[in-house]
Design a protein around this ligand. Structure first.
Ligand code: ZN
Ligand code: FE
Length: 256
C-alpha cells in the first residue's frame, strides 16, 4: 500500500491511499489535483472518505464521483454531497481490502468523524480531518470544549505507532504556540527543528504519530502540570480539565 498527501489550496492535504491499481482519497476539497494524481499513476478511484462537511474537504466529491464512480462515505449527521453512505461510531468501511473503523469526534464540527485502520503495512493509521493536527487541534466551530477534549482523548488512546494523517499543514504555526506554552519541552524543541527542515525541503511534516503528538501537542497534554500552570497564567479561573482545555484553545485563537 502507498500513502501520500496531495497538497491543495493554501495548506490542505487530500490523503491518497492506493495499492498500485485501486485508490481511496480522504476529504477531497477539489477534484483536479486528485484526478491528476490518479491519471499519472493509472489508478482507479474506488472510495471517497469524508470526515466533515466543510467545503475544503468536500468541494471535489461530486466531480470525483461522477468521473470515477467512486463510492462516498461520510458522517451521518452532516450535509455531505449526496449520494453517500452515512456513518456512525462503530461502523466499519471496507475499502481496498482494509477495514476502517469509524470514530465520532465532535468538536470542530458537530458530526465530525475519523477513520482508523489497525494494520496498514504493519502499522495503524488514522485519518482525522480537522480534529487533531500535528501540534494542535481544530477550532471549535460547532462543538463544545468538553466534546473536543473527549474526542482528542479518544484519539490519544489509539496505539502510539498510529500514523496521524490530518488534513492541513499547520504544524510550524502550531509548534510556535506549543513552545510558548511549554518552553522547557525538549521533545518539542527537537520536533520543531525536524519539521522546519522538512518544510525548507518542501516536504510535508505529516503523517505524525500518536506517540509524537502525546509528547509535543499541548491539546493532548492539558493534564500535564507544566501546561496547567502556563494556562492558568493566561486564564486564572481555569481549574477543571474542561476549563483548562477551553482556556488553552482560547489562548491559541488569540496567539500571534
Ligand atoms: Zn474543517
Ligand atoms: Fe479544513
Amino acid at each position: 500500500m502507498y500513502l501520500f498527501p496531495i497538497p491543495a489550496f493554501a495548506d490542505n492535504y487530500f490523503w491518497l491511499l492506493h495499492d498500485g491499481k485501486r485508490a481511496l482519497v480522504v476529504d477531497p476539497g477539489a477534484a483536479e489535483p486528485v484526478l491528476r494524481a490518479l491519471q499519472q499513476q493509472a489508478l482507479q478511484l474506488e472510495s471517497i472518505l469524508v470526515t466533515h462537511h466543510h467545503a475544503d474537504h468536500t468541494g471535489g466529491v461530486d466531480a470525483l464521483r461522477e468521473a470515477t464512480g467512486a463510492r462516498v462515505y461520510g458522517p451521518a449527521t452532516e450535509q455531505i454531497p449526496k449520494p453517500f453512505t452515512p456513518l456512525h461510531e462503530g461502523d466499519v468501511v471496507r475499502a481496498l481490502d482494509l477495514d476502517f473503523q469509524v470514530l465520532d469526534v465532535p468538536g470542530h464540527t458537530a458530526g465530525h468523524i475519523a477513520f482508523y485502520t489497525p494494520d496498514l503495512n504493519g502499522e495503524p493509521l488514522l485519518f482525522c480531518g480537522d480534529t487533531l493536527f500535528s501540534g494542535g487541534c481544530g477550532r471549535l466551530f460547532e462543538g463544545t470544549p468538553a466534546q473536543m477534549l473527549a474526542s482528542l482523548d479518544k484519539l490519544a488512546a489509539l496505539p502510539g505507532a498510529t500514523r496521524v494523517c490530518c488534513a492541513h499543514e499547520y504544524t510550524l504555526d502550531n509548534l510556535r504556540f506549543a513552545l510558548a506554552v511549554e518552553p522547557d519541552n525538549a521533545a518539542l524543541a527537537a520536533y520543531l527543528l525536524d519539521c522546519r527542515r522538512l518544510r525548507e525541503q518542501g516536504q510535508p511534516t505529516v503523517p505524525s504519530s500518536i506517540a509524537q503528538e502525546l509528547a509535543i501537542n499541548p491539546f493532548l497534554r492539558t493534564r500535564q502540570a507544566s501546561i496547567r500552570a502556563a494556562t492558568r497564567r493566561f486564564d486564572a479561573s481555569a481549574t477543571s480539565e474542561t476549563r483548562i482545555f477551553a482556556a488553552i484553545r482560547q489562548w491559541k485563537n488569540q496567539f500571534k
